[in-house]
Design a protein around this ligand. Structure first.
Ligand code: AMP
Length: 114
């Protein structure tokens, strides 16, 4: 989708610091990091929110989680720990309507989240 920020990162028209890419997934550093490590992982396919997932998206969402594991290992936080978050909709604070998984690490996380 040409008017989607994250689709534009996938196709290279908007720059990002890409840390991982495979056939289905791109991962890049968040512009406004909320932890020493803050990476966003997105499917290359445009899917607006978790509510828009279809059964055919099973594989790509699996690939997204597996990519998060690989990024955590590559960034050296797999053992110390990391948080993954997918915000869905307004009350969750979703601001970009292309599914993205936040991978946050490098500081002690709190629970419950704000
Ligand atoms: P959410 O609030 O869950 O929709 O998360 C959207 C995230 O995208 C926020 O953490 C933003 O800082 C991040 N973000 C917005 N624009 C960019 C961009 N051009 N490059 C990297 N991260 C971005």
């Amino acid at each position: 989708m040409s008017d989607c920020l994250f689709c534009n990162i996938v196709d290279g028209t908007i720059p990002a610091e890409i840390v991982y890419e495979d056939k289905q997934v791109v991962a890049f550093r968040d512009l406004n990091p909320q932890a020493p490590l803050h990476v966003l992982l997105i499917p290359k396919k445009h899917i607006a929110t978790l509510n828009d997932l279809e059964s055919e998206d099973n594989a790509v969402m699996g690939a997204l989680i597996l990519a998060a594991k690989k990024v955590a290992e590559a960034e050296g936080v797999a053992e110390s720990g990391y948080r993954t978050v997918i915000n869905c909709g307004e009350q969750a604070g979703q601001s970009v309507y292309h599914i993205h998984l936040h991978l946050l690490a490098g500081r002690q996380m709190q629970w419950p989240p704000g």
